[in-house]
Design a protein around this ligand. Sequence first.
Ligand code: PMV
Length: 312
Amino acid sequence: MRAGSERAFSAFGPGKVILLGEHAVVYGTTALAVPLSLGVTATAVPAARCSLHLPPGVRGPGRQQLRRAFARAAEAAGRPAVQVSLTSRLPVSMGLGSSAAVSVAVAAVLLQAATGRSPSPGRLRTLAHGMEGVFHGTPSGVDDACSALGVPIRFRRRGAQAAPLVRRLRLRRPFELVVALAGLRRPTRDTVAGLRQRQTRWPLRYRRLFQEVGRVAEEGVRAAQAGDLRGLGDAMNVNHGLLVALGVSSPAVDGMAAWLREAGALGAKLTGAGGEGGAVVGLFLKGEGQKARARLARAGVRCFVSQVKRTP
Ligand code: PMV
């Protein structure tokens, strides 16, 4: 829609799953992330002033964070005269990039309202990353980059000042992901801070683990690009072991990963920040994910399937 138009318009920010490399990515190694079909939609309607409408059910610190993040993006976009509201089908606080999806959807409608045009990918990412900073402190940027581009990416940070290296991945073969929810977890910033404390105390040991995560992620990227799904799955299993060593997994998550492998996953691991709960992702050949999902659902596990397309 054009700026000043009378009708409502909307933008979608997809959630994401990190297939390889979370946590270590904060310290400069490679991560592989793919967008989910579930996400957040932001809708903007003309209004007297720039504001965010939140339902009364959104309470506490989450509500305040959303307001602060919105204020930051609104300021950067020039406070266009719209009221923005949000709808989401993405589980919140599970490691599926819900805050990045909110950030991308909100940044996109604000920029569109301010300029009357679809935002450039660079501008969208800058605004969304600023909002992510309110939610997470010092995020690596992998979540908002994946959500803003909406395609599988290889991501690597290059220090505080330089822009991260973001590459769209060409996937030779499509696959399916089963995402299982292993219960509520602490906020990402707390789990990242806990790991930082251990890393500060024992820097050599943790650096070795981060480097190994990075190497496994690079190998997994090459496997994904070559269509070698077994190679990608094995990299995910090994990455999960390294996340256990980093102290960010939990018995519930480990059990869920084992279950997914028993149900036929080529690889399964914790995805996102983890901590006590969060989400677990299993990699399946195309057509195999639904059977595993049904099996998990019968056992009372909240889970869903997301398709990852071949990218030419
Ligand atoms: O759990 P999420 O969706 O917030 O993912 C966080 C990913 C981390 O690597 C743990 C942190 C980061 O900033 O990259």
